[in-house]
Design a protein around this ligand. Structure first.
Ligand code: SF4
Length: 341
């Protein structure tokens, strides 16, 4: 058996039983791929079921407001994916589902990988789908330390069998997820071991991509009123379309913008985004009236973390709490001048 046949044989015996592998419906496959862009399989499963139960077709989602999708998406993170999916559904409802790789690439939020996955799995187009798992398998099989994306796509295309490209792509992904893992790959069980040039030192391939990690230092104003919290809708940045407590670099300005003059400094909340770390000083203030109940609007995971932190900290007041007057200098907080989200 050649290596490709070995891999397909391994896949048939070992593939996880996942609902998106039992369908050729391009909409269901697109939803699964969008979810899996940043979410682990086990976490994505309930979202996949919930979203498809409510929006079984792109037309159903196109007719619904984005807030309804956001409500189902809560907790999955990376909400921009939901916005893109909504726009893609509207495009598909208007013009029909693109049946080829190029047309799929033109849908909002659909990159080369997602287009390759949908084109090959739903429509049987002979086109690769190189995600992080496939990238690692190919780099190791060919012993490539710093492969360019274009090189990997060429190699992936050259290696594809004539028949059933969707199953082949999924077999490579599954191997990367289950056997050719980033750490401690199980080469002795690998169906590609015979042809793998990187097998002697797999962890050398590929070298980790350098990630520019920036740190955002900012202030979060958690202002509580009788009906809920002061929450603002973000119109740009990583939480676009979602609500957070007001955020800013200068605490004095932040308070003044919301008609407040004093706040209690509760402490720091840290939060990681895909390429950034956030360090937020939480300021607690009181609103004389109003406020928004947090469960009435779509909140980002970061916002939920801030509110939880403020509730817990307020319930356990420490001695020596600091109160912040408007004239506080942002330099005191060590702001690094990075733009807040
Ligand atoms: S032999 Fe090892 S390094 Fe090579 S593809 Fe298989 S698991 Fe990965």
């Amino acid at each position: 058996m050649d290596a490709r046949a070995e891999l397909l044989h391994w896949y048939r015996k070992n593939a996880r039983d996942l609902p998106w592998r039992k369908t050729q419906d391009p909409w269901a496959i697109l939803v699964s791929e969008v979810l899996l862009q940043q979410t682990r399989v086990a976490q994505a499963l309930p979202y996949y079921r919930r979203i498809l139960a409510r929006f079984p077709t792109p037309e159903a989602l196109a007719q619904a407001p984005l807030s309804e999708l956001f409500a189902l998406w809560q907790g999955a993170g990376y909400y921009r994916r939901a916005q893109h999916l909504h726009r893609a559904a509207q495009r598909i409802a208007e013009r029909g589902f693109p049946r080829e790789f190029e047309g799929l690439c033109a849908l909002p939020g659909v990159g080369l990988y997602t287009a390759g996955a949908v084109a090959s799995i739903a429509f049987g187009e002979r086109v690769p789908a190189v995600d992080g798992n496939v990238r690692r398998v190919l780099a190791r099989v060919h012993a490539l330390e710093n492969p360019k994306e274009s090189e990997l796509w060429k190699r992936a295309a050259a290696w594809m069998p004539e028949e059933d490209p969707g199953t082949w792509n999924q077999a490579l992904m599954e191997l990367g997820a289950r056997v050719c893992t980033p750490k401690a790959p199980r080469c002795t069980e690998c169906p590609l071991a015979e042809v793998c040039r990187g097998r002697e030192a797999p962890e050398r391939y590929p070298r980790p991509r350098s990630r520019k990690s920036q740190e955002w230092r900012l202030f979060a104003l958690v202002a509580k009123g009788p009906k809920g919290y002061l929450l603002v809708r973000r119109t740009a940045g990583p939480w676009s379309g979602l609500y957070t407590p007001p955020l800013g670099e200068d605490p004095g300005t932040l308070l003044a913008e919301h008609g407040l003059s004093r706040a209690q400094v509760l402490g720091e909340v840290r939060h990681a985004l895909s390429h950034r770390r956030i360090r937020a000083q939480v300021l607690l203030a009181r609103l004389a009236e109003g406020g928004t109940p947090p469960d009435s609007v779509p909140l980002s995971a970061f916002a939920r973390k801030l509110l939880r932190f403020a509730e817990q900290a307020a319930a356990e007041p420490k001695t020596g709490e600091a109160f912040l007057p408007v004239a506080f200098s942002p330099a005191d907080a060590g702001s690094d001048g990075v733009e807040p989200p």
